[in-house]
Design a protein around this ligand. Structure first.
Ligand SMILES: Nc1nc2c(ncn2[C@@H]2O[C@H](COP(=O)(O)OP(=O)(O)OP(=O)(O)O)[C@@H](O)[C@H]2O)c(=O)[nH]1
Ligand SMILES: [Mg+2]
Length: 375
């Protein structure tokens, strides 16, 4: 570019080897695995112009500091360091959006995915043979390593219900090891749920047009170092993802979860009422005991499931519980008020009762989102 008499190099100058592949590696406490993974990637990706982006949620073991040290020496390595956030799916999406590569790969940071098949997954997408290439454990030549029969059954069951609800054409929709073209990713991004661990399923279910998929089998390795983060919550988040991708178009999943907890609360209320009456309490006292028991149980369940991402812990549980009692108290008054008013307008008793319940429940949901579990 010419500026007066000074010749400067164009900022748009073409690199001799443009970036071809961005490898996204979500990590939480994987410090012990970082160096070995980078070493293996460097070997298998020789000949490809690649970068690896670690997306670390401020792991207490210092994973991000180690990656940053390596990244200073090795320009293939980058870090996205997130503070105050958790979540595998959102980490992967943010890593993908931080890369400019035309083809993106996702691989776990714990050495359980066999990086040796990565070049084959890459070339399927790079050469336009597939929109998404998936490392699969459930086709000929693949395997789940030394999984317990319980975990295997759980994974197979989860795979079945995903096929049933989302009609996803994948042998291993739970896989966290895949390669995708940038353009297909960008089509899916605005519709992603971003809930939980199953980003591939989220992407495929968010696409308007069916992607072409290639599958390459591999054997899932057992975890040699570091600890698993997969727990019971992963199963809950998985169901939340399926709900969001099916009925979520009509009703927010958080509201559905709140209503499900509310229905369990009805059962708890009636059981506590029956027990208190059997113990000889007057109806009024038994009703108070049952109401307090049901509200406390609902608070606990909502805290664990409905608001797991904003879960109150330690001393914060007590003011949270008190605000929840107060909100439900107002909800109860609204429920009775609306029901009685509608009944006075000559509407059916059950219409009046149901309208009261709906107004009370929606109030409880909205107010507790803003007060008890405010962001
Ligand atoms: N950034 C980020 N990464 C995460 C989070 N949870 C898990 N990971 C990473 O995601 C990858 C998969 O998590 P794992 O705990 O290995 O889950 P898994 O492979 O299904 O379970 P195991 O077979 O028991 O290891 C690993 O690289 C984790 O470090 C998270 O909240 N944030
Ligand atoms: Mg793992």
């Amino acid at each position: 570019m010419r500026h007066g008499r000074i010749e400067i190099e164009s900022p748009l100058a073409v690199d001799s080897q443009p970036l071809e592949l961005g490898v996204i590696i979500p990590t939480y406490n994987e410090r012990v695995n970082v160096e070995i993974l980078i070493a293996r990637l460097s070997i298998v990706l020789a000949g490809i112009s690649w970068e690896a982006i670690f997306v670390d949620d401020n792991s207490p073991d210092g994973t991000s500091a180690l990656v940053r040290d390596i990244a200073r020496q090795n320009r293939n390595i980058r870090i996205v360091h997130r503070i105050g956030r958790r979540g595998l799916s959102t980490a992967v999406v943010e890593g993908m959006l931080a890369s400019s590569a035309p083809v993106l790969a996702v691989i776990d940071g714990d050495m359980q995915h066999d990086e040796a098949i990565l070049p084959r997954l890459f070339s399927k997408v790079f050469l336009g043979e597939a929109d998404i290439a998936v490392g699969t454990r459930y086709s000929e030549g693949g395997g789940t390593g030394d999984w317990s029969s319980g975990r295997l059954r759980m994974s197979q069951w989860a795979t079945k219900i995903s096929k049933f609800t989302l009609r996803a054409d994948l042998t291993d929709p739970m896989s966290g090891f895949f390669v995708i073209s940038r353009s297909v990713l960008m089509d899916a991004v605005p519709k992603l749920s971003g809930v939980g661990f199953k980003i591939l399923l989220d992407i495929v279910a968010s696409l308007q047009t069916k992607p072409t998929i290639a599958e390459i089998p591999y054997v899932f390795r057992s975890r040699a170092m570091g600890e698993s983060k997969a727990g019971a919550l992963v199963a809950v988040e998985y169901l939340a993802l399926l709900a969001d991708k099916t009925v979520g178009r009509f009703l927010p999943v958080r509201l559905l979860s709140f209503l499900a907890v509310g229905s369990i609360g009805v059962g708890i209320h009636l059981t506590a009422l029956a027990s208190a009456l059997a113990m000889g309490y007057t109806f009024l006292s038994a009703e108070i005991i049952a109401t307090m028991t049901a509200m406390t149980a609902n608070f606990t369940l909502n805290n664990i499931f409905t608001y797991h991402d904003r879960r109150l812990r330690g001393w914060k549980i007590f003011p949270g519980l008190l605000s929840y009692y107060a909100i439900c108290g107002v909800g109860g008054v609204a429920n009775i008020g609306i029901g009685t008013w509608l009944n006075g307008q000559n509407s059916n008793w059950w219409v009046a009762g149901l309208a009261g319940v709906i107004v009370g429940a929606v109030w409880n949901f909205a107010a507790s989102s803003f007060v008890t579990w405010r962001k």
